[in-house]
Design a protein around this ligand. Structure first.
Ligand code: PMP
Length: 427
């Protein structure tokens, strides 16, 4: 008998492209049927057949304090009762901006948008407008949303689906996009020698979460800062994923390297659609209406989304809350390592705050995109399905990071580690 997910997926495919609204959800790289979810609470989600899973996807990052947190639900409900959108300024937008600025001091001014893609798109336009230059530089395996100019050697679903770039992106649009290997500062220096005075921006995921989870080497980020300073290019940190995760203050808080601009998304909306672009006031004020670079959005700064983000960030910024989730992440990885070792499975793990990566490889370290690509993909697929069956939900791709929330507790940990012990034994 077909389970509910199979039935629902068959039906969905009649109406939605590939049965999904975001390519990465389709289980293409792991095979099988995507599991349809119907509710979440804390660290747990429940599928349409009533089966429970410990969730390490957390909507691909946003749910830093877990599913349906009472403070978030209350904030959204209270706000919705007064109307859902005005197309006029609201106090909530300034409130969220103030909280974000308090957490990330590099941000002096902020523009709310509706997704991480929009934040990155606007970052590129603003950097080009501000510097009067056209070239941008990005890294192999980094993903910055489905922005035409940035769909070059991108990570996440672009990797998973094996699409090299994408049809529909004219060559003329990517002509001004340079790419370099991640964590290779010498390659960047060489590009700057040739193109330095024409580069508007370097975009980087300071902790990459779209080639699995690969933190930048500290000297790589410092090197980028120096090259940008010397050449007048904007350093743009794409902290859509690492923001409020790599540390509460994001990767910039963790590494102590200050970008000119920061793209945010995911946690800033606490599970509702929000992205944001922030940075130095002088640069940000180049955006309309104070400056000439156009940017706008009907639902930007939406009250429900602001309320959800505010409730999430206020909770997460209370003393020790983020630190506890980080400590829990460390215990998860140590537990997985111990069980993999006992089963004779070579496993490399990465942690950046509440983001993590699991790599089935006997290589000593995983630093570049090529290192990720060489991991045992077939073993990952068996691990993924084994854990899914055992009630543990990881992203259905070896190129996605894992996430922990403040709601993950002892029960979730022991459920996960017991499952891993059984699954490692079958690999
Ligand atoms: N940048 C990074 C680093 C991301 O991880 C993502 C999404 N996974 C994006 C940008 C795009 O964000 P969105 O999906 O909200 O458009």
């Amino acid at each position: 008998m077909a389970n509910r997910s199979e039935t629902l997926f068959t039906e969905a495919q009649e109406h939605l492209v590939g049965g999904v609204n975001s390519a990465v959800r389709a289980f293409r790289s792991v095979g099988g049927t995507p599991v349809f979810m119907r509710r979440g609470e804390g660290a747990w989600i429940e599928d349409e057949d009533g089966k429970q899973y410990v969730d390490y996807v957390l909507s691909y990052g946003p749910l830093a304090i877990g599913h349906a947190h009472p403070e978030v639900v209350e904030a959204i409900s209270r706000t919705a009762a007064n109307g859902t959108s005005f197309g006029a300024p609201t106090a909530l937008e300034t409130e969220l901006a103030t909280v974000v600025k308090g957490i990330m001091p590099s941000i002096e001014r902020i523009r709310m948008v509706n997704s991480g893609t929009e934040a990155c798109l606007s970052a590129v336009r603003l950097a080009r407008g501000y510097t009067g230059r056209d070239r941008i530089l990005k890294f192999r395996g980094n993903y910055h949303g489905h922005v035409d100019a940035l769909l070059v050697e991108a990570g996440s679903g672009v990797l998973t689906l094996g699409i090299p770039g994408s049809p529909g992106v004219p060559a003329a649009v990517t002509e001004m996009t340079l790419t370099a290997p991640y964590n290779d500062i010498e390659a960047v220096r060489t590009l700057f020698e040739t193109y330095g005075d024409t580069i508007a921006a370097v975009l980087v995921e300071p902790v990459s979460g779209n080639m699995n989870c690969v933190p930048a080497l500290p000297e790589f980020l410092q090197g980028l800062r120096t090259l940008c300073d010397d050449s007048g290019a904007m350093l743009v940190f794409d902290e859509v994923m690492s923001g409020f995760r790599a540390s509460l203050g994001g990767a910039q808080g963790r590494y102590g390297v200050t970008p000119d601009l920061t793209a945010l998304g995911k946690v800033i909306g606490g599970g509702l659609p929000v992205g944001a672009l922030g940075g130095r006031a002088e640069v940000m004020d180049y955006l309309a209406p104070t400056g000439p670079v156009y940017q706008a959005g009907t639902l930007s700064g939406n009250p429900l989304a602001m309320a959800s983000g505010l409730a999430t960030l206020r909770n997460l910024s209370r003393p020790d809350v983020h630190a506890q989730a980080e400590a829990w992440t460390t215990r998860l990885l140590e537990g997985l390592q111990a069980r993999a070792r006992a089963a004779g499975i070579p496993l490399v793990t990465h942690q950046a705050g509440t983001m993590f990566g699991l790599f089935f490889t006997d290589a000593p370290s995983v630093v570049r995109f090529e290192d990720v690509a060489e991991c045992d993909g077939e073993r990952f697929v068996r691990f993924f399905h084994g854990m899914l069956e055992a009630g543990v939900y990881f992203a259905p791709s070896a190129f996605e990071a894992g996430f922990v929330s403040t709601a993950h507790d002892e029960a979730a940990l022991s459920h996960t580690l017991d499952a891993a012990e059984r699954v490692f034994a079958t690999l």
